[in-house]
Design a protein around this ligand. Structure first.
Ligand code: NI
Length: 263
C-alpha cells in the first residue's frame, strides 16, 4: 500500500503514455491507494481540484509555486482560498522559495506570496506544502517568523536540505517527503537526511512527471506507480522493514493531511 503525497497529473506530459486516467490505473494496480495532486499556479490548482472531484482516491493542494509567480495576478489568492475550502483540498501548496535560476521571479515577490499563502492556509485550517530550493536558511527563517500560523504543520516536499536542519523544521511541525532524488546513488546528502528524519515525519512522493526513481531514472514522464521504488529505497536507507515503513507513511500522511479519507 502506497501513497504519493506529491505529484502533478493535470498537464499534457502523459498524453503519450495513455493520459492521466491510464496513469492512475497503473498506479492503483501497483498498490497506490491515494494521490495528492499538487497545484503550482491557479490553473493547475483548479485542474487538480477537478481531477480530485472525479476520483475517490485523488486529493489535491492549491497554491502558487515561487517559480510560477510571473503569472500571478491580484485576486488569484481569493480563488486559491476558495479551493482551500473544498473538502478534498488537503493543503495549501506548493508554496515557498526558489533561488535556483537567476531569472526566477524576484525574491521580494517570492517572500511576500510565501507569507501570504501561509496565512491563507492558517485561515483555512490547513497545513502547507513547501517547495524550497537553494534557500534553506531563509525558508527556515520565514517559517519561524510565521510559526503561530503553522498550527496544522506542513510538508517539506522533495526534501533536499541537510540532515542537521531536519530538527529545526520538525520543531515547526514540518514533515519531509522523499522522491526519486533519494534513490540516486550520488545523492549522499539526501540519503543522510532520509536517515535522519523522525519516523513519524517521513512521507513518500514521486513529483511526477519529474525525477523518475532508479532503476527507471531518465524515463519521462515519471508516474505515481513508481512510488513503491522510492519506499523500498527509503526502507533500505533507514534499515527498516519495507512493510513497516509503508504503514508508518500511511499513518503519517493521515495525521498531516487530516482530510484524507478511506485509506
Ligand atoms: Ni511539485
Amino acid at each position: 500500500m502506497f501513497i504519493d503525497v506529491h505529484c502533478h497529473l493535470t498537464g499534457g506530459e502523459y498524453d503519450g503514455v495513455g493520459g492521466t486516467e491510464a496513469v492512475l490505473s497503473r498506479a492503483r494496480e501497483a498498490g497506490v491507494k491515494a494521490f495528492v495532486v499538487s497545484g503550482f499556479d491557479l490553473p493547475s490548482s483548479l485542474a487538480a481540484a477537478e481531477l480530485a472531484a472525479r476520483h475517490r482516491d485523488v486529493y489535491f493542494c492549491a497554491g502558487y509555486q515561487p517559480e510560477e509567480l510571473k503569472k500571478y495576478r491580484e485576486g488569484d489568492l481569493d480563488e486559491i482560498a476558495a479551493l482551500a475550502r473544498e473538502e478534498k483540498c488537503v493543503a495549501v501548496g506548493e508554496i515557498g522559495l526558489d533561488r535556483h535560476f537567476p531569472d526566477n521571479p524576484p525574491v521580494e515577490l517570492q517572500r511576500e506570496l510565501f507569507v501570504r499563502q501561509i496565512a491563507l492556509a492558517d485561515d483555512a485550517g490547513l497545513p502547507i506544502v513547501v517547495h524550497s530550493r537553494d534557500g534553506a536558511a531563509e525558508t527556515l527563517d520565514i517559517l519561524r517568523a510565521n510559526a503561530a500560523k503553522l498550527k496544522r504543520g506542513g510538508l517539506m516536499h522533495c526534501y533536499s536540505y541537510s540532515a542537521e536542519m531536519t530538527g529545526a523544521f520538525a520543531a515547526l511541525g514540518m514533515y519531509f517527503s522523499f522522491g526519486g532524488t533519494s534513490t540516486f546513488k550520488n545523492a549522499k546528502k539526501v540519503h543522510e537526511s532520509a536517515r535522519a528524519v523522525p519516523a513519524d515525519r517521513i512521507l513518500s512522493e514521486t513529483d511526477s512527471p519529474y525525477l523518475t526513481p532508479v532503476p527507471c531514472r531518465g524515463q519521462f514522464p515519471n508516474e505515481p506507480k513508481n512510488v513503491g521504488l522510492v519506499v523500498r529505497n527509503l526502507a533500505e536507507l533507514r534499515k527498516e522493514k519495507e512493510e513497516a515503513l509503508e504503514e508508518q507513511i500511511f499513518a503519517n500522511a493521515k495525521r498531516l493531511f487530516f482530510r484524507l479519507k478511506d485509506l
